[in-house]
Ligand binder design. Structure first.
Ligand SMILES: [Zn+2]
Length: 140
């Protein structure tokens, strides 16, 4: 089970990102999990919820997106590697159906934070208080 370490990494990335935005709370976060990782998305979410307690992500809605695997070959072929569906397979040997060479998995191993949603903290979006003061303070 390495879901817990994945969850740890994603959480710290999310908290860093929230800090960069000056947000002290994360409303939602989205995780991309490639199908070729054989990581269980539900486990990652479960771990995240467990460790997010007392962090800015404690109340966050956690979404996962599955990334379909994609392979490419030097001959120009690209497609979805079928060998991924073999039981227990980590797709170590993807064969190009065109030329029979070994193809590279170019997508599907992701396991990362895709995005976070934080409360909008930009001052432009909070006009009422200041504008009211200006009106009140202006000479008539
Ligand atoms: Zn090929």
């Amino acid at each position: 089970m390495h879901e817990i370490s994945i969850a740890n990494g994603i959480l710290s990335r999310a908290v860093d990102a929230a800090n960069e935005h000056g947000a002290d709370r994360i409303d939602a976060l989205t995780i991309e999990i490639g199908r070729a990782t054989h990581v269980n998305p539900e486990q990652v979410v479960f771990c995240l919820e467990a460790i997010a307690d007392s962090t800015p992500a404690a109340e966050a809605t956690i979404r996962t997106e599955t990334i379909q695997p994609r392979a490419e070959c030097d001959c120009g072929w690209e497609g979805t590697p079928e060998s991924l569906d073999l039981p227990g397979g980590f797709a170590p040997n993807i064969r190009c159906p065109d030329c029979g060479q070994r193809a590279d998995l170019v997508r599907g191993r992701e396991c990362r934070l895709a995005s976070i949603e934080v409360p909008d903290a930009s001052p432009e979006d909070k006009p009422p208080a200041r504008r009211a003061d200006e009106v009140r303070g202006s000479p008539s």
